[in-house]
Design a protein around this ligand. Structure first.
Ligand SMILES: Cc1cc2nc3c(=O)[nH]c(=O)nc-3n(C[C@H](O)[C@H](O)[C@H](O)COP(=O)(O)OP(=O)(O)OC[C@H]3O[C@@H](n4cnc5c(N)ncnc54)[C@H](O)[C@@H]3O)c2cc1C
Length: 338
C-alpha cells in the first residue's frame, strides 16, 4: 500500500471540484486498513474514508489522510427457500452489486438500481429510492472502530436507521469504518412497483408481468431521464433531504398551493418534496457562473465546469434561505460538506 502526499481529489468526487488531500492511500483489505489506521504517523491526523465520492462536497483541502476504500469480495453465506444471506465487501461498486443480485434472482435491491457509490456507504445514509430503503434488506454491518481499533458488528436495529440517516452519520460519524455489509435477500420477495413513476412506466408500456429485472430496467430508464450523469455534469444527486412537516402546516401550504403532494410518515407528519419547494421559489434552472440548479430536477445542484466547492455550498445556502423565507421550512443538506 502506497501513501501519497498532496493528491488532487478532483477525480475522487462526483462534483469534480478541486481539493487536495495531505495524505492519500487506497486499501484493498482489512489488514491494509488496520495497518494505516494504527500507523503512528497518522494517529493524530484527521481521517476520511472515501467510497465513490458521490455524497460529499469538498469546500477546502483535506488536512489529513484520505483512505479510499477498495475492499472487495462477495460471499454467499446461506441460501434457503426463505432467504439468501450475502456478505459484501464495502468497496464493491453499488450498482454492480445490484446487477449481480438481480441477475442471480435474489430480490430486494432492484429499486435501488443505478445509485452511484460503494456498498460500504449504503448504510451510512440508508440510501433509498423508488419506495425502498437499503435498511429493508440489511441484516448487519461490519466494520472497524476508530475508538478502540477493534472490529464490531452492528445488527440492523443497532444501526438506528432513519430517513437518509443512521448511527454512522450521528454518534459514530468519523468513528467507524464499514468493511462489509450483510444483506438478507430472497428469491420469493414480492417486487415493489407501487411508486408513482414506476407504476406509470409499466402502464405506459403495457407491462403486466413485473419481475425484478423489469423493475431494474424501469428504474434505470427513469433515473437516466431525470438525473444528470456525474461523468458528464458534476453533481451529488439530491442536495437536500425532503422535509417532514406537521399535518397542520401541510394543510396550510396546500390551501395556497393545491398541487402540493405529501406522503404521510405518521399520524401527525407528512414528508413533502424539497424539489417542489425549490421549484415554487422559481429557482429551477438558475445558474451563477458554473454552478446551477439542474433544470430537470430542482433538488440537484450541478457543477457545469469549474465551480469550486465553496461556490456550490454558497448556492445551497442561498436556496435554503429563500425556501425558509417563503415557506418557513428549513431544508437540510443530504450531501456531506467537508
Ligand atoms: C446522480 C446521483 C444520484 C444519486 N441518487 C441517490 C438516491 O437515489 N438515493 C440515495 O440515497 N442517494 C443517492 N445519491 C447519493 C450517493 O450516491 C449515495 O449516498 C451513496 O451511498 C454514496 O456512496 P459513496 O461510496 O460515493 O460515498 P462517499 O460520497 O464516498 O461518502 C459519503 C459519506 O459516507 C462516508 N463513507 C463512505 N464509505 C464509508 C465506509 N466504508 N465506512 C464509513 N463511512 C463511509 C464518507 O466518509 C462520507 O461521509 C446519488 C448521487 C448521485 C451523484
Amino acid at each position: 500500500m502506497t501513501i501519497q502526499k498532496n493528491i488532487s481529489l478532483k477525480e475522487f468526487n462526483t462534483f469534480h471540484v478541486e481539493a487536495s488531500a495531505k495524505y492519500f492511500c487506497e486499501i484493498n483489505d482489512i489488514n491494509e486498513l488496520e495497518s494505516v489506521i494504527t500507523d503512528s504517523r497518522f494517529r493524530n491526523e484527521q481521517k476520511l474514508i472515501l467510497g465513490g465520492g458521490s455524497n460529499l462536497l469538498f469546500t477546502k483541502d483535506f488536512n489529513g489522510i484520505v483512505i479510499k476504500n477498495n475492499i472487495g469480495g462477495i460471499e454467499l453465506l446461506s441460501e434457503d427457500e426463505e432467504s439468501v444471506i450475502i456478505k459484501v465487501g464495502a468497496g464493491n461498486n453499488w450498482d454492480e452489486f445490484v446487477e449481480y443480485t438481480v441477475s442471480s434472482g435474489f430480490n430486494g435491491l432492484e429499486n435501488l438500481s443505478l445509485i452511484p457509490g460503494t456498498v460500504g456507504a449504503s448504510p451510512i445514509q440508508n440510501i433509498g429510492a423508488y419506495g425502498v430503503e437499503v435498511k429493508d434488506v440489511i441484516k448487519s454491518v461490519n466494520g472497524f472502530s476508530l475508538d478502540n481499533y477493534e472490529m464490531r458488528t452492528f445488527s440492523n436495529s443497532e444501526c438506528k436507521f432513519g430517513y437518509r440517516d443512521s448511527i454512522f452519520k450521528n454518534e459514530l460519524r468519523n468513528k467507524f469504518i464499514v468493511t462489509s455489509v450483510v444483506f438478507n435477500l430472497s428469491e420469493n420477495r414480492k417486487v415493489k412497483s407501487n411508486y408513482e413513476a414506476i407504476k406509470n412506466y409499466f402502464s405506459e408500456k403495457n407491462i403486466t408481468e413485473i419481475t425484478p429485472s423489469e423493475i431494474r430496467k424501469a428504474v434505470i430508464e427513469i433515473r437516466k431521464s431525470k438525473l444528470p450523469d456525474p461523468r458528464e455534469i458534476g453533481n451529488a444527486g439530491s442536495f437536500f433531504k425532503n422535509p417532514i412537516i406537521s399535518e397542520e402546516n401541510f394543510e396550510k401550504i396546500k390551501s395556497d398551493y393545491p398541487d402540493l403532494n405529501g406522503y404521510k410518515v405518521d399520524d401527525n407528519s407528512v414528508k413533502i418534496s424539497a424539489g417542489w419547494l425549490i421549484e415554487k421559489c422559481g429557482l429551477k434552472g438558475r445558474r451563477i457562473k458554473d454552478v446551477g440548479i439542474y433544470d430537470k430536477q430542482a433538488l440537484v445542484i450541478v457543477n457545469y465546469g469549474n465551480a469550486s466547492g465553496m461556490e456550490i455550498k454558497n448556492l445551497a445556502e442561498e436556496i435554503r434561505d429563500i425556501v425558509l423565507d417563503k415557506f418557513n421550512i428549513s431544508l437540510r443538506f443530504e450531501v456531506n460538506i467537508l
